[in-house]
Design a protein around this ligand. Structure first.
Ligand code: GGG
Length: 394
């Protein structure tokens, strides 16, 4: 088979630190690939007014598979000041290029596994009745709709006249008619039957393939009737095709409470864009936090794999980086899985598990000490030391 080409998009901040670590692990496991770098993120917005240049889209279109680090999602007001002087005043606005990428390539399926690694000092501890202390084993995969909902980008401050009129004539808006147009912010929550069905079906397919007994819909259909309600109706229909897999319906607020009380009750979770983002961070918190949270963005023949964490600029400038590379390394595992390299996935996951269980090498986030990284970094392994330890176990 000819060598694959993998696109590397480090992005901003700690994305630039963790991505090369994942490539080191891929090299060490003998994954044969050529790599091509692609520009994305804040640096390119400042220089050329575009955080997601067309040349990057072309490279992705050509090679299809990418590893992505992280990007900043700077607010509008802060960003304009840092634009190259020649571009200032010309109406450039910074938008999150990862949200842009998901929409451009219609990467509508976001998959975020959260699984306990034994011995991780950050594992969630549950206090039971009396003095019983338990460490529940979490094994959850979250399916998040990735292109619609509140992240669709259809929003206004001071909306156009027709939108304002439509809102003001809506029976539910009678209490807001006092609000002048220019004082009104509107973010739309769009769900389509097609893409809602696709994420629900992907969740059930995963449950069937890997023997999970339930799919839990995490929305708010009792209040948000036209979107969450639509998703529930679709889930009920799809569930009929999957005998033996129960459909559970929970509200996102209650789910955030239940996941700390009984996390082992859950297997596959499915949700829209916003609630999927929220619930996946919630489950990530039970298995060590964002340093362990990996993800895949998949749509058509293009797939991009990234840690769930952001660019964390305050950790990006250490002379010796201290950031935990495991989320990025596990994201690379998801890529290998997608490419059918199942043995390599098992080897890398086992190596990560062993390093965590042995506990000799821990990045600062695993020390469970309070305080800034400056305070706790003494005694903590660096980013490269963590990767070295994983490679040594392969
Ligand atoms: N890898 C996910 C990612 O980059 N998300 C964007 C994000 O959360 N940005 C916020 C930040 O970097 O602080």
């Amino acid at each position: 088979m000819s060598k694959r080409t993998i696109v590397l998009m480090p992005g901003d901040g700690i994305g630039k630190i963790v991505l090369p670590e994942a490539v080191r692990v891929l090299d060490a496991i003998g994954f044969e690939a050529d790599y091509v770098n692609a520009d994305i993120g804040w640096e390119f917005w400042c220089k050329e007014g575009n955080a997601l240049p067309q040349r990057t889209l072309d490279i992705l279109e050509q090679h299809k598979i990418a590893l992505f680090g992280a990007i900043t999602s700077k607010p509008k007001a802060d960003s304009v000041k840092e634009l190259a002087p020649a571009l200032q005043g010309k109406g450039y606005t910074y938008y999150s290029p990862i949200v842009g990428l998901r929409q451009h390539f219609n990467l509508d399926l976001c998959i975020r596994p959260c699984k306990t690694f034994k011995g991780n000092p950050l594992n969630f501890i549950r206090r039971g009745p009396g003095s019983i202390i338990e460490e529940p084993e979490v094994d959850v995969v979250i399916f998040r709709q990735n292109t619609e909902g509140l992240y669709c980008g259809v929003e206004w401050t001071n909306p156009p006249d027709d939108v304002y009129k439509a809102l003001n004539t809506h029976p539910k808006m009678k209490n807001f008619a006092w609000c002048p147009k220019e004082e009104l912010g509107v973010s739309t929550r769009i769900f389509t039957k097609k893409y809602t069905t696709r994420i629900v079906r992907a969740a059930f397919e995963h449950a069937k393939k890997f023997g999970y007994k339930s799919v839990t819909l995490c929305e708010k259909p009792n209040v948000i009737r036209e979107t969450s309600g639509m998703m529930l109706a679709i889930a009920k229909e799809v569930a009929k095709e999957y005998g033996g897999i129960a459909l559970w319906n929970t509200n996102i607020d209650a789910q955030m409470m239940w996941l700390t009380k009984n996390p082992e009750d859950y297997g596959v979770i499915v949700a829209g864009n916003m609630f999927g983002d929220i619930v996946s961070d919630g489950f990530a918190g039970l298995v060590g936090g964002l340093g362990f949270a990996c993800s895949a963005n998949i749509g058509g023949d293009i797939a991009i794999f990234e840690p769930t964490h952001g660019s964390a600029p305050k950790y990006a400038d250490y002379a010796t980086p201290i950031i935990n590379p495991i989320a990025m390394i596990l994201s690379a595992c998801m890529m290998l899985d997608h490419l059918g390299e199942v043995d390599k996935v098992t080897q890398i996951r086992n190596a990560v598990a062993k390093v965590i269980e042995e506990g000799n090498v821990r990045t600062y986030d695993m020390l469970k000490l309070k305080g800034s990284p400056d305070v706790v970094k003494q005694g903590a392994a660096s980013t490269t030391e963590m990767t070295d330890a994983i490679i040594a176990q392969l």
